[in-house]
Design a protein around this ligand. Structure first.
Ligand SMILES: [Zn+2]
Length: 372
């Protein structure tokens, strides 16, 4: 398999359009046409990880945190990032990043944390906005069904667990065809009125090009008219953090100890206990301190995340327990998500008896923080 084929599969699962504006997910180092020999998954890229990839004969590192975040103005090896890039290029190793686009998926980083705590009725804590588009198009009435079906087949018209969603109203469209055109109806040079269905249909942003191409293919007009609107609606299928419930309410201290064990945390920084049971749990992998107020607004009893500053602990206001378990600790299971995705690709390839590649978990703990 070539790098570009693997990138395509990963991006179908974790679309790059979901990444935060500050992020830099995607292929960072490597030529898309290179054949993959093996994949190493890790949370970070360090010099040790690149050496490990070389030893394991992996020429593709699939990582959570970007190696290159800002711009690289030179490559002289005077810091860790530059040395990693140089070593990767010299050793023909590609580096691919799945960062905030992976965080935001329903099966992403926070969802995996929720799974480790066996949370029930999970929902996205901060649903994404501006991930949905509304397509409006005008189709001659007798062709409406055909166009609608092709838009559905391209993935448009899904709202939650419902698909085939559309709104249709009939009206009159007008046009005049210029010399040299091939109008579907009417005469060249003469204004024409046509009974048209105004079709409104919702779609995810990442499906835009395939839906528009389905529209253009199925629409009988030479110049189909259509409008695309960006929607402000929340998108419940993607976003940061998770909120869910425990099967049985648990004592605060008992639950904190449970978190410590589940996430192999050396230390848990937490706020004053409130002497009530924990039922609703909000969490966010990585630096999620900014969503404390959202967790409180949704009446979570505890908010588990990382990178809280001293003053932010006061914001718990005796209404919620904050548990800061460490950045790496919240994201350590990301390797499993990446591994599982690769494993499903390999299994499919194996079933078709095509050549595959080896997948490895990195043996290194890249957490730069130690606890005494
Ligand atoms: Zn992180």
């Amino acid at each position: 398999m070539k790098i570009k084929e693997l990138c395509k599969i990963i991006e179908a699962e974790f679309p790059l359009s979901y990444q935060e504006s500050y992020d830099n997910s995607g292929l960072q180092v490597g030529h898309p046409d290179t054949e993959i020999t093996g994949v190493l998954t890790s949370i970070d890229v360090t010099e040790e990880i690149i050496e490990e990839a070389i030893q394991k004969r992996c020429n593709f590192i699939l990582t959570h945190h970007p190696l290159i975040f800002g711009g690289l103005k030179n490559l002289t090896g005077n810091n860790m990032v530059q040395r990693c890039v140089i070593r990767a290029i010299q050793s023909n190793i590609a580096i691919y990043v799945c960062h905030t686009n992976l965080d935001k998926m329903k099966n992403g980083v926070s969802a995996r944390m929720a799974k480790k705590l066996n949370l029930q009725n999970c929902k996205i804590l901060v649903p994404e906005k501006k991930q949905l588009l509304k397509l409006v198009t005008f189709v001659p009435v007798q062709h409406a069904e055909n166009v609608r079906q092709s838009l559905f087949s391209a993935g448009a018209g899904t709202i939650g667990d419902y698909d085939y969603c559309s709104f249709n109203s009939v009206g009159e469209g007008t046009f005049r065809a210029a010399e040299g055109t091939h109008p579907f109806a009417g005469k060249i040079g003469k204004p024409h009125a046509e009974q048209e269905t105004r079709m409104e249909i919702i779609l995810k942003k990442e499906l835009k090009s395939q839906v528009i191409s389905a529209l253009l293919k199925s629409h009988p007009y030479e110049e189909p008219a259509y409008d695309l609107y960006e929607l402000e609606n929340s998108f419940a299928d993607a976003g940061l953090g998770i909120i869910g419930e425990l099967e049985q309410p648990e004592d605060e201290l008992f639950f904190l100890k449970k978190i410590k064990t589940a996430f192999k945390a050396e230390s848990v920084r937490y706020t004053e206990l409130l002497n009530k049971k924990i039922r609703k749990v909000a969490l966010c992998g990585g630096s999620g301190s900014g969503f404390l107020s959202t967790a409180m607004a949704q009446e979570a009893d505890i908010y588990i995340s990382a990178d809280f500053k001293y003053h932010q602990f006061f914001e718990a206001e005796k209404r919620i327990v904050i548990a800061d378990i460490g950045h790496f600790e919240t994201e350590q299971f990301t390797k499993e998500i990446l591994f599982e995705l690769l494993f499903s690709i390999i299994s499919e390839k194996n079933s078709k008896k095509t050549t595959t590649f080896a997948i490895y978990f990195s043996d290194y703990n890249t957490n730069p923080i130690n606890y005494l």
